[in-house]
Design a protein around this ligand. Structure first.
Ligand SMILES: NC(=O)c1ccc[n+]([C@@H]2O[C@H](COP(=O)([O-])OP(=O)(O)OC[C@H]3O[C@@H](n4cnc5c(N)ncnc54)[C@H](O)[C@@H]3O)[C@@H](O)[C@H]2O)c1
Length: 394
């Protein structure tokens, strides 16, 4: 019997007739949906390749469109992503909306025959992942998730040099931390909604509430719009664990934390979180605190052959053998640029991208299980083949 996982995994990377087939010298025609900080920054990386024209920009807040258009003169502006993806001249879209819109925009874009680079976390809810993967496969599109570590030379080289070579040896635990710096109060202004911001369209799939500035400007602090630090940062690090360990489904997840700082500003996402996953043969923990100290973020693999420490521009391998010299290597390149290049190449070759939507879905699934544990205050046991939480007592 073919399992649902096999169906979702079985990529159909063919360009269907309604998507333009890019020739080797064709420039990719891009649309940006969600022109906030990250959307505009990644758009810049696309432009830096010299192989892309930005043809359209969409945002629910027209001030953001105006900002993006200063860097993409001549592009069309839209308030509704459905109008942008109707454009025949657009080959691919970059999605930089908050997490609660990723699923709908991805699926609409795939249906319209567009390739998609969607920022991480791919999903806000666990059930959204299979829907996105299915739409990508059914419509024969390329779907890359913005977990840029997958294309980063620092990660690719470390995996070859220490994991695949066997030097790291059997790994029994992976320690991940991401401290985002000191806690900050939420933005409570402006009290009146800007007239050029479509609040109803911003809320989209989230239940209605009146204008609420932090829920727009600091959406990460609210579980209705995202998954807090576990999906914001944890989605990156668990993806690195999956990439290095060759496994993508935990057996169980447990997490504890809370809103412990004293701003009393209504936030619902924990500012302090610790999660622990069990995989076949090893455990992973992730912690993220808002503490008054410098930001710190890395993943550390503890193997029988040594300790591999890695972040976005450096790795260190400390061999277990007494007296053996550590290997320390720095990498100056921008891993998002490398990831964008991989996407553009795959739009041409129709080969699976480094962070295909199935990979993004499985990584997001793992962190969302930990969020479920945090909310339900219990250990979540998981069947990764069926993608189902096991009932209590099973
Ligand atoms: N890969 C990374 O390292 C990385 C880094 C930062 C952010 N991100 C991700 O990028 C996404 C955006 O983060 P950000 O910091 O840029 O947020 P942001 O609030 O600065 O920008 C989001 C933009 O999306 C717009 N928007 C909301 N709903 C929309 C809709 N339906 N259609 C069109 N536009 C819409 C908002 O008006 C806003 O301009 C998040 O999912 C975040 O997790 C990834």
């Amino acid at each position: 019997m073919t399992t649902r996982r096999q169906v979702l995994r079985g990529a159909a990377f063919t360009a269907l007739s309604y998507g333009r087939i890019l020739g080797a010298n064709d420039r990719l025609q891009l649309g940006l949906i969600g022109a906030g900080g990250r959307g505009r920054s990644v758009m810049g990386q696309f432009q830096k390749t010299g192989r892309v024209d930005v043809r359209a920009v969409c945002d629910v807040y027209s001030a953001r469109i105006d900002e993006a258009l200063t860097r993409a003169p001549g592009a069309k502006g839209f308030a509704d992503h459905r109008r942008l993806i109707e454009l025949k001249e657009v080959d691919a879209v970059l999605i930089g909306t908050p997490d609660h819109w990723h699923k709908d925009v991805c699926i609409d874009a795939f249906r319209a025959g567009k390739d998609v680079y969607c920022e991480k976390p791919l999903t806000r809810l666990r059930e959204e992942g299979p829907e996105i993967v299915r739409a990508c496969r059914v419509h024969g599109r390329i779907g890359q998730v913005g977990t840029q570590q997958r294309s980063g030379t620092v990660y690719l080289e470390a995996r070859e040099r220490f994991v695949k070579s066997g030097l790291l040896g059997k790994v029994s635990h992976v320690h991940c931390i991401w401290h985002g710096g000191p806690p900050r109060p939420l933005r409570l202004e402006p009290a009146e909604k800007p007239p050029n911001l479509d609040w109803a369209r911003y809320l989209g799939p989230v239940k209605w509430r009146d204008w609420n500035p932090p829920q727009y400007f600091n959406f990460r602090a609210f579980l209705d719009f995202g998954g807090g630090k576990l999906t914001d940062f944890g989605a990156h690090w668990i993806d690195v664990v999956h990439m290095f360990m060759g496994m993508d489904a935990p057996l169980s997840a447990v997490a504890a934390g809370g809103v412990f700082h004293t701003f009393h500003d209504g936030r619902t996402a924990p500012d302090t979180i610790s999660a622990l996953w069990e995989y076949p043969g090893f455990t992973v923990n992730f912690e993220s605190f808002s503490v008054p100290r410098a930001a710190e973020y890395h993943v550390e693999f503890l193997g029988e052959g040594g300790r591999l420490w890695i972040n976005r521009n450096r790795y260190e391998f400390h061999p277990a053998d007494k007296g053996a010299e550590p290997v320390i290597q720095k990498f100056p390149g921008d891993i998002t640029y490398q990831h964008v290049q991989n996407f553009i190449e795959c739009c041409r070759s129709r080969k699976p991208p480094n962070a295909d939507v199935y990979i993004g879905h499985r990584s997001c699934q793992a962190v969302l299980l930990a969020n479920q544990s945090y909310i339900e205050k219990r250990r979540i046991r998981f069947d990764g083949d069926r993608e189902e939480v096991l009932p209590l007592g099973a």
